[in-house]
Design a protein around this ligand. Structure first.
Ligand SMILES: N[C@@H](CCC(=O)N[C@@H](CS)C(=O)NCC(=O)O)C(=O)O
Length: 219
């Protein structure tokens, strides 16, 4: 299979989702790393008019939007499957969780809290404490709702890993590095156990911030 070229910045949860999909499918990929802020430079805006990461090139096919990329991987490399096919309700749950991640969790948890506590210190950026404080109740709703949807299942959409797990894991793995996550994971122990199981997967271990930074430095 043609190598996938992935444009992204190490540490980005959206980059990690795509790398997780490639790793879970055992597909060949190479990172084309961008420096912090470089996603707004003209060369990247030409790839992604909204100035975001990640972008993937597969031969002459260019794609952005993590969900679209993961669904593409699942279609062109069907094994192991990342979409439940035995029950339309499981597939609907998967789609619902993907929507929650993109529409609520990113804005209410990752951007205001994880960025402030985990990313900003690494880059010496200022932290807006008022914005962080204001986001806490909304982040708590995200955690409570994801916990409710997970219930006692092994994975977010049932008993097998799916795109929903790959969409969510990078956010919660990074959020775990913020002190504010501790009481939330304590209130939602099933989410904490799910994250522990996800963190044990080879795909997660191959795509930590440290590992992707090493790959970027070698690129
Ligand atoms: N909906 C997009 C979201 C991508 C996204 O927000 N990526 C972040 C990095 S984790 C980004 O590029 N942020 C830069 C910015 O907001 O300017 C996707 O699914 O790929």
């Amino acid at each position: 299979m043609t190598d996938f070229i992935v444009y992204g910045i190490p540490g980005s949860p959206y980059l990690r989702k795509v790398l997780l999909g490639l790793e879970e499918k055992n597909l060949p990929w190479r990172l084309s790393p961008l420096g912090f802020g470089e996603h707004k430079h003209p060369a990247h805006v030409e790839r992604h008019p909204f100035g975001r990461i990640p972008v993937v090139d597969h031969g002459d096919f260019r794609l952005y939007e993590a969900q679209a990329i993961l669904r593409y991987l699942d279609r062109i490399a069907p094994e192991p499957p990342l979409t439940p096919s035995d029950d339309p309700r499981k597939e609907a749950r998967m789609n619902q969780i993907c929507g929650i991640v993109d529409s609520y969790l990113m804005n209410d948890l990752s951007a205001p809290i994880t960025f402030a506590r985990v990313v900003a210190p690494k880059f010496g950026l200022p932290v807006d404490e008022a914005k962080l404080e204001a986001a806490l109740p909304r982040a708590a709703i995200c955690m409570a709702e994801l916990s409710r949807l997970l219930g006692e299942q092994d994975f977010m959409a049932g008993d097998a890993i799916s795109i929903a797990d790959l969409m969510l894991a990078p956010h919660l793995a990074a959020f775990a590095g913020a002190g504010e996550s501790k009481p939330m994971f304590a209130r939602q122990p099933n989410l904490r156990r799910w994250l522990e199981r996800m963190n044990e997967r080879p795909s997660m271990q191959a795509t930590t911030w440290e590992r992707v930074t090493e790959i970027a430095q070698a690129a």
